[in-house]
Design a protein around this ligand. Sequence first.
Ligand SMILES: [Zn+2]
Length: 391
Amino acid sequence: MTETFCLYDKKPYETEFTAKVISCEQDGDRYKIVLDATQFFPEQGGQTPDRGTLGDANVLDVQIQNGVITHFTDKPLAIGQEVMGQVDWDYRFSNMQQHTGEHIFSGLTHGKYGYDNVGFHLSDSVVTMDFDGPLTGEQIQELEMKVNEVIWKNIPVEASFPDDETLKDLPYRSKKELDGPIRIVTIPGVDVCACCAPHVNFTGEIGVFKVMNYQSYKGGVRISMLCGKRAVEAIQRQQTTMTNLMNDLSSSQEDLPQHVQRLQKECQDLRFHLSEIKEHMVMEQVENTPEEEENAFIFMDGLDVRGMRNGVNKLMEKHPGFCGVFSGNDREGYQCIIGSKTLNCKDLATELRQNVGLRGGGSEAMIQGNLPGSEEVISTAISRYHAKLTH
Ligand SMILES: [Zn+2]
């Protein structure tokens, strides 16, 4: 099949076009449509495809193979007919902004550090670029500001197909060996790169460039970025979160990190005090368990493992049967530690697993785990098993 003529190469700002339907094949519940020319940019180079319509059919996906562009639609189109195509401009323009922003950042990074952009993803959820060398937060911020300076200068972005002779002496960034006519996107003084995607005409149209996040990645760095409306929307969301946090904590933006650290410290201290008080309460209950009982159980909410274990050890000094400390409540179930000086707790665990739904286990001397069910159900089950063993 002959290659599809790419209208977006030369006129990325035109969203309406007419083209002839070359083929239409059913593909599950979709239709694969090839036109003689298209304004739809297909998925390639890490960029998601354009959206829009062909006639009254919605374009759901656009793919390219050997220069042939296939539109996946929800309706069939008659072969041979002229069809009107309409590309979703907001979506296209946003992708143009992100992509040109990426070229500027990559060009400046390449110029200053010699790193190559080895991975680019432009999707609805993220825009990321991977570089094959490390960058610090400070270096990234500096580059980010430089990108915005290029935006403010409103430099023209030029796309051309130089002949082989010109190409030979042209230093340009390229991800891979390309064949066929090579499209070169030039931002004078900033970047020269082989690229097939639509770009804005002037850098000023990008509006704003913002790095949202970065992380070390395969010995280099992965940078998450946004341009234009998407950047402003993301910053608005962050600002809302920040304002809510500042109001909730009655804190200024500058004081927020310290404020949160202070809260964490307070929380840690309180947790420690609470654990001490609870342990004290457990020990009091241990004192109060009647000496003559063979088994002894203590149920209390909010105990930690240390408090539970100390409680069980203390109970075992007084009671020869099963001694258990249970932390939790009837609604959500209990975390438990059960020990015994004379009886096999492993066998008890088997019994409780079958009858009450214990999750956990341990040694013959002590078991630990989680129990669903109420205080009533749990203590009855253990007492009944104890009675079966001893009578
Ligand atoms: Zn590109």
